[in-house]
Design a protein around this ligand. Structure first.
Ligand SMILES: Nc1nc2c(ncn2[C@@H]2O[C@H](COP(=O)(O)OP(=O)(O)OP(=O)(O)O)[C@@H](O)[C@H]2O)c(=O)[nH]1
Length: 609
């Protein structure tokens, strides 16, 4: 999933997001310069989509007769669409108001089939409204007083009947608006507030409306899957705590993202439920984002910060649990104010960590700064209010991308560290194995090879004999009456005698010869490229050396003798068989009075001394 990533990869990505932000802002600036006068309706501008943004007539109050196309509205005030009503709204009129737009239809269009397909796409209106064309009701959103059903943010396309166009070519659109509950108007203003208002062909408008919502949906779905994938990774490996918080945050953003699109209306959820989900998700966001950033930076969460996070969790729970919309209008501003410290705190901590050399912090800092700019923009829209597009989705995207790159970087670093550690551990293990193998071949009392070590060496010698054809001999050497040393002077003395004897045998042999402790007081020699006569000379020399070399123990000087049994290896026999013959020779040496060298050969046994 995660490629090997360097932090450099994030810069072009974030620069791209920033460029998109700028482009959006540019588009908005262009949209501000829409002509005041809306041009005449012709086949050409219907095909392109005629923007209805611009000056409309407006009058607060309510009278169904104001839908009448013949009504004289010149004395009504002019109001730009889209533009927010003042925050206080028009309480004296029950926050009701009417917009009217008179369009001139090109005479060439009169009576043509084209007029049958004309429709109008409405942008976002706070809150419920009815739309009239030529005095006829052509559609509505929410319910007007006295039913008072709040429904905003919904963009819809309404067909305009041909009959709505008067004989003189005038088409009068009348929008009857209820600003919403008093708290809503007080907090957010009201009216036709944003989005595109377009006259065009029904089919084109529908296609445009769907296409405009596709990127948002794709982004939300991708974010959701991405979030779920990180939660799954955490589920598989509980040490990836940061992945868990990232996953949670991505799912949170995805849910909010879907609620920002028009696709939410395709569900069976009521408008209120959708708003509860949207507010719950966005109110919770700072708590999860703080958790994610702190976890990424491996910083402990202090008590005051935990309390700050809990405030957001509580706010999310409250806004979901308290029925109705009023809680949304009343809390949004407070929640935004509550967010302000986090918008300073998170970048500051990230900045501090960046300066301390944390590359992951640097990446997230950039994304967070973009997010803060977009969030401030959106706050100003609600607080001032400012006429500007909402940029929060881009901000969320910037945060997600930056965190994602940081996680990838973390993953790569972890992976590299793990690889290095595995290599070190493997080297240590190999060394330990080598030592173990060495220890396994050595007798720890005498330091000579043990039975296993000797067997390995002897098998190697057998292979060499087959290649070179040169003989080798095995000699078993046993300390005579060894038991008496143990019995008379104790085991320490016995051990001492064994060690001295081992050292003596080792010293007197050639470098190519091998001596091992076969068991107890018995030693075994391997004499390469040596026949029985040669082996007899070596064994006799050793016997004499042992006999002449008194071993000092405490005040004693102990006299030691050894008996030797020799066997030359015969091709075709096993090592065990050869050793057995040496053992028989040794046995006979002992039988013949000890301190002897006995050869076991073809002819039988022969005594050397
Ligand atoms: N101190 C000590 N004694 C050992 C060790 N291994 C074996 N022995 C003792 O060596 C003695 C061998 O005695 P025996 O098998 O009777 O052989 P011996 O006394 O040398 O007599 P012969 O071989 O017939 O000359 C036993 O008492 C064992 O307990 C050891 O590592 N240290």
């Amino acid at each position: 999933m995660y490629p090997t990533t360097t932090n450099r990869a994030v810069w072009p990505l974030l620069a791209l997001i920033f460029a998109v932000c700028l482009l959006t802002a540019g588009q908005w600036a262009r949209a501000q310069s829409v002509p005041q006068e809306i041009p005449r309706v012709s086949a050409e501008n219907l095909g392109e989509g005629l923007s209805l943004r611009g000056q409309w007539r407006f009058r607060p109050g309510d009278d169904v007769n104001w839908a009448d196309p013949a009504l004289e509205d010149k004395h009504w005030q002019t109001l730009r669409v889209p533009e927010r009503w003042p925050m206080s709204g028009y309480p004296e009129y029950g926050h009701m108001g009417w917009y009217r737009l008179t369009l001139g239809v090109d005479p060439a269009l009169h009576g043509t089939r084209l007029l049958e397909e004309v429709a109008v796409k409405m942008g976002k209106v706070l809150s419920a409204y009815e739309l009239y064309a030529g005095g006829e009701l052509i559609g509505s959103v929410g319910r007007l007083p006295p039913l008072n059903e709040v429904d905003y943010d919904r963009e819809r396309v309404f067909s305009i009947p041909q009959s709505a166009v008067a004989a003189d070519g005038r088409l009068v659109l009348a929008l009857r608006v209820w600003g919403g509950e008093a708290e809503l108007v007080e907090a957010w203003g009201a009216g036709a507030i944003s989005g595109s208002y377009v006259l065009g062909y029904h089919r084109d408008l529908l296609i445009d409306a769907v296409l405009a919502e596709v990127p948002g949906l794709i982004l939300a779905v991708l974010t959701f899957f991405f979030g779920c994938y990180h939660l799954y990774l955490y589920w598989r490996n509980r040490s990836l705590e940061t992945f868990f918080w990232f996953g949670l945050m991505a799912c949170n953003i995805a849910i909010y993202g879907v609620m920002l699109t028009q696709w939410k209306y395709a569900t069976d959820l009521t408008f209120l439920t959708m708003k509860k989900i949207e507010f719950g998700a966005v109110y919770l966001f700072p708590a999860v984002a703080i958790q994610m950033i702190w976890s990424l930076l491996r910083l402990p969460i202090k008590r005051w910060l935990r309390a700050y996070q809990l405030t957001f969790v509580l706010a999310a729970l409250l806004v979901v649990a308290i029925p109705g919309h009023t809680v949304h209008y009343l809390t949004l501003e407070w929640w935004q104010l509550l967010c302000l410290p986090s918008m300073v705190l998170a970048p500051w901590v990230l900045f501090r960590e960046t300066r301390a050399g944390n590359a992951e912090a640097r990446t997230v800092l950039l994304g967070t700064l973009i997010f803060v700019c977009t969030a401030l923009n959106d706050m100003l829209i609600d607080l001032v209010p400012l006429e500007s597009p909402r940029l929060a989705p881009l901000g969320f995207l910037a945060v997600l991308v930056s965190m994602m790159v940081s996680l990838a970087n973390r993953f790569t670093t972890m992976y590299t560290a793990l690889e290095t550690e595995v290599a070190e551990r493997t080297a240590e293990l190999s060394e330990a194995n080598r030592q173990l193998a060495r220890v396994a071949r050595v007798d720890h009392l005498t330091g000579l090879l043990n039975r296993r070590g000797f067997t390995e060496e002897a098998e190697g010698e057998i292979r060499r004999t087959f290649r070179s054809g040169k003989p080798f001999c095995v000699v078993l050497a046993d300390v005579d009456n060894f038991k008496q040393f143990n019995d008379q002077y104790g085991h320490v003395c016995g051990d001492h005698v064994l060690k001295r004897t081992a050292a003596l045998l080792q010293d007197r042999l050639r470098e190519v010869d091998r001596v091992a402790r076969w068991g107890g007081e018995e030693f075994i020699l391997l004499l390469p490229e040596t026949d029985t006569e040669g082996a007899a000379v070596v064994a006799e020399k050793l016997r004499e050396a042992v006999e002449q070399n008194l071993v000092a123990f405490d005040d004693q000087r102990l006299s030691i003798t050894m008996t030797f049994g020799i066997a030359a290896f015969r091709k075709g026999e096993s090592l065990d068989a050869c050793i057995a013959r040496a053992d028989t020779a040794l046995y006979h040496g002992k039988e013949n009075g000890r301190n002897k060298v006995m050869i076991g050969n073809y002819k039988g046994l022969s005594l050397v001394n």
